[in-house]
Write a protein that binds this ligand. Structure first.
Ligand SMILES: *Cc1c(COP(=O)(O)O)cnc(C)c1O
Length: 457
């Protein structure tokens, strides 16, 4: 009969060679703490009148399982089989190979983050990115912070602290994850002056609201919803013309940062940063990890006088990017200098621009691999969303595999998520949907294996 006294002591488990291997990897303290936790769990079970298995072998196995999980850690690679290209929960855009390597190198080594190697004197971490961003957007100057939310707060603070910024009621957006424009505005210390109505805001509404307290006019791209029917929004150009007339700066919160117009792929209505600059916006703000396909960052491009003011703001120091982000962003921006290179090398652009034939071929390749492993499925035409709070209505046609109807697709999906590597799939009408569009080229075999290993018996 098993009883608490039958529990082996900690040192007995530590002496097992299977555990010993983990001591050198994770350290004695971590391993010991894990063993104690497992033994404590057994003791609690005894107290509840249960009889846990206390033989050394099964306890060692339990411990090894825990230790394996800890050594992998929380953050791990996930194969995105949802077809949602900018999946916020999956970290938005995967980096181009060259950008990911640059982040690795910057992280692993010392780097010339703020050093001019020619002169040996101190330099700005913004300089190299500023040049690239000016080239890409046509702006006079630019600067980079941690994300577009930070960019928005910083810009509002610098240009409008204690004063009013006029925004259309139709643009008081919530992006999700606590980006609500009115809250961002009050956090910044600027005062939101709402004008117009949810569906109609005319240039006269802005003009009538301007007073001595007005510091700026702002346009916010309604990234994740569309107002339909009887609607009228003031165009950015009208706003810019009003700004010029009244000498008020115009801020354009564009959100997605589509340097390469995605309309040829059927994605319309995305603001293009260089277009805003060309029209004369004072500042345009966009994310690094949405349609730019780089690391998380917030880019502020526009007139030099404002960028200088922004960079002098003490808040700038609190939201500046680290060396790994800047290194990855530089490489991403360099790829953007050539549209073909960008489409080829930046994963999300390759995914967006992938042709129907190519997607079908990819699905067929996957299909052949699954057939060889006796997995049953249907190959079907389907649609996917872009995601990431962009392009809410635009559905991209795609080809998917619908895996055979299981008794419990939720359970299968969970096994896929918790396997190694983890796979995130969609569920539709009791079926697991695998959309190969967002599966990276070198992940195909891993995906097949994950499906085979997780399939319900
Ligand atoms: C996504 C988005 C933001 C927030 O950008 P993050 O980089 O996620 O902080 C702000 N404004 C608009 C219009 C957006 O679409």
């Amino acid at each position: 009969m098993s009883n608490p006294r039958a529990l082996p002591p900690v040192h007995k488990l530590l002496a097992d060679p299977r555990i010993g291997a983990w001591v050198s990897k994770l350290g004695q303290q971590v391993v010991t703490a894990n063993i104690r936790k497992i033994l404590e769990g057994c003791r609690q079970q005894f107290e509840q009148g249960k009889t846990p298995c206390v033989d050394l072998d099964s306890l060692v196995e339990q411990a090894v399982h825990h230790l394996e999980n800890q050594s992998v850690g929380h953050f791990r690679k996930v194969i995105n089989a949802t077809g949602i290209i900018l999946h916020t929960n999956l970290g938005r855009s995967p980096l181009a190979e060259i950008a990911a390597r640059a982040a690795y190198d910057a992280g692993r080594n010392y780097t010339n983050l703020e050093l001019d190697l020619e002169t040996g004197s101190r330099s700005s971490r913004q300089g190299p990115l500023r040049d690239l961003l000016c080239q890409l957007t046509g702006a006079e100057s630019a600067t980079v912070v941690n994300n577009c939310a930070a960019a928005t707060i910083l810009v509002l603070r610098s240009l409008a602290l204690g004063r009013e910024v006029i925004v259309s009621r139709g643009q008081l957006i919530e992006i999700g994850g606590s980006f609500r424009l009115p809250d961002i505005m009050s956090t910044s210390g600027a005062t939101l002056r709402e004008v117009g109505t949810t569906n109609i805001t005319r240039i006269s509404d802005y003009e009538n609201a301007v007073g001595p307290q007005t510091a700026a006019l702002m346009r916010v791209h309604t990234s994740n919803f569309r107002v339909k029917g009887f609607t009228e929004e003031t165009s950015l150009l009208e706003l810019i013309e009003l700004g010029k007339k009244l000498t008020l700066p115009v801020i354009d919160d564009a959100g997605s940062g589509a340097i390469h117009d995605p309309s040829p792929y059927g994605l319309t209505g995305e603001p293009i940063p260089q277009e805003a600059i060309r029209l004369g916006a004072d500042l345009t703000l966009f994310s690094g990890d949405k349609l730019l396909g780089g690391p998380q960052a917030g880019i502020i491009a526009g007139k030099k006088q404002w960028i200088q003011k922004i960079e002098k703001d003490p808040f700038m120091r609190a939201v500046r990017c680290d060396k790994m982000t800047l290194a990855a962003l530089e490489k991403t921006l360099r790829l953007h200098l050539d549209p073909d290179l960008a489409r080829r090398e930046i994963p999300i652009l390759a995914m967006l621009s992938e042709s129907q034939e190519s997607l079908k071929a990819k699905a067929e390749t996957l299909a052949a691999k699954l057939t060889a492993k006796s997995i049953t499925f249907d190959l079907a035409a389907d649609h996917a969303f872009v995601g990431g709070g962009t392009l809410p209505e635009e559905k991209l046609p795609t080809w998917v595999l619908r895996l055979g109807k299981g008794p419990n697709p939720q359970q299968w999906a969970k096994r896929l998520r918790t396997g190694t590597p983890a796979v995130m799939a969609r569920i539709d009408q009791d079926q697991i949907i695998i959309d190969p569009r967002t599966v990276l080229k070198d992940q195909m075999d891993d995906l097949v294996q994950a499906i085979v290993l997780s399939r319900p018996s």
